[in-house]
Design a protein around this ligand. Structure first.
Ligand SMILES: [Zn+2]
Length: 273
């Protein structure tokens, strides 16, 4: 009896090992599941919202990590943000290559390495916005650090380091992040804490745990830059948020961002109908 039970167990184990070895993906089913249409809509809404808020113009891009497989992300094919639809969303691996055969040969953003390399370096990040946010640019080329002046921008208290591409590409680059090496260098300057990295003479890249927070943070990075510039014009010392106020506001805003997102998402998806 015992011998029979043991031999059955051994037989079952042999079958299990055989299946696993012959098909290493046998237990990795989630990546095979279809894309969640609500997540695709989130990403489309993020593009259109940031275009309507003048954070993105005809350039810039948004991505979200694939919840089915953390080593992939969703992004639009190379397209102006306002024009993005669900049909334009592609899935890339973290080296910037299309995962699906149907996406091979599509024109992709040249700066997509920003996304893949940050996802590799920051497991806490699930969404990224790269923009040429106009009011932020002056803070990338002067000595004035971008600091939180408004409670909505408390996340700036986590730091806003400046990436100087000359340190990596010399004095003749086009300032764009077009290689994995530059993407890695940018991710390194962003570091393990900050939600924003400024890019000298170029723009910024914002990271967040969700798409809604990435949109929220990209917008309030631009708003904070505008308000800080105005405060600097008035003159005199500026009463910035303390480190503690910035941290508390950041936590509160990660909860509160659901409200603007509900409005922005609905309006953006209405536009496309
Ligand atoms: Zn750019």
């Amino acid at each position: 009896m015992v011998i029979r039970a043991v031999s059955r167990l051994v037989a079952a184990l042999v079958v299990l090992v055989t299946v696993t070895v012959s098909n290493p993906r046998a237990f990795a089913q989630p990546a095979q599941a279809p894309l969640d249409p609500a997540l695709v809509d989130d990403l489309v809404a993020a593009y259109r919202t940031l275009a309507s808020l003048n954070v993105l113009d005809a350039f810039g891009h948004v991505s979200v990590r694939d919840p089915r497989d953390a080593s992939r992300y969703l992004i639009s094919r190379s397209l102006a943000p306002e024009s993005v639809t669900a049909a334009d969303i592609v899935v890339l691996d973290l080296d910037g290559n299309p995962v699906d055969k149907k996406d091979e040969g599509k024109l992709l953003y040249r700066e997509r390495f920003i996304h893949g390399e940050i996802y590799k370096a920051r497991p806490d990040v699930n969404a990224i916005v790269h923009s040429h946010s106009p009011t932020v640019v002056p803070f990338t080329v002067t000595q004035a650090p971008l600091r939180p002046i408004l409670h909505n921008a408390g996340f700036l208290g986590l730091g806003a380091p400046v990436f100087e591409i000359r340190e990596f590409q010399g004095a003749d680059s086009d300032l764009e992040i077009e290689t994995p090496d530059l993407g890695r260098a940018l991710a390194k300057v962003l570091g393990k804490e900050a939600a924003v990295v400024l890019m000298r003479g170029h723009g910024d890249t914002v990271v967040a745990p969700t798409v809604r927070d990435a949109v929220y943070r990209a917008y309030y990075t631009e708003v904070n830059a505008r308000l800080q510039l105005q405060a600097m014009i008035i003159g005199g010392p500026i009463n910035f948020l303390t480190k503690g106020e910035a941290a508390t506001s950041n936590t509160a805003m990660l909860r509160a961002s659901a409200r603007p997102w509900a409005l922005w998402r609905a309006k953006a998806l209405q536009q496309g109908k």
